[in-house]
Design a protein around this ligand. Structure first.
Ligand SMILES: [Ca+2]
Ligand SMILES: [Ca+2]
Ligand SMILES: [Ca+2]
Length: 117
């Protein structure tokens, strides 16, 4: 099969972490990162999907509680988090405010603390 150049087709080294050890996770510098189909669901970290089986997850979200990125931490961010917890809707890594790998009431309490501080 012949592949022709076109939008979304890249020829660069995907920069897997370690092919010999079957680690097909992407390095931070991989050209595959955020090069996936933008129509697809976002990655766990809220970024555009990556090419390949394993997405590169950007762990560096500032856990300021501003989940909807409007510059303020307020009740709207709690609403976002409640939607995530109740409906598993658009949860991203940054929603795990206390970094315990779960989305639950503790994260809501963390946001409440940020708001009232
Ligand atoms: Ca991504
Ligand atoms: Ca906000
Ligand atoms: Ca949590």
């Amino acid at each position: 099969m012949e592949l022709s150049p076109g939008a979304g087709i890249i020829y660069q080294d995907p920069q897997f972490i370690n092919v010999e050890q079957f680690n097909f996770n992407l390095l931070e510098t991989s050209p595959c990162i955020n090069s996936g189909n933008p129509q697809q669901n976002l990655d766990y970290d809220g970024s555009i999907s990556d090419i390949g089986a394993n997405p590169f997850i950007n762990e560096s979200c500032n856990n300021s509680g501003d989940l909807n990125n409007d510059g303020n931490t307020n009740v709207l961010d709690i609403v976002e988090l409640v939607n995530c917890i109740l409906f598993n809707n658009e949860c991203t890594l940054c929603f795990d405010i206390n970094n315990d790998q779960e989305y639950n009431i503790l994260d809501i309490l963390n946001i409440v603390n940020i708001i009232i501080e």
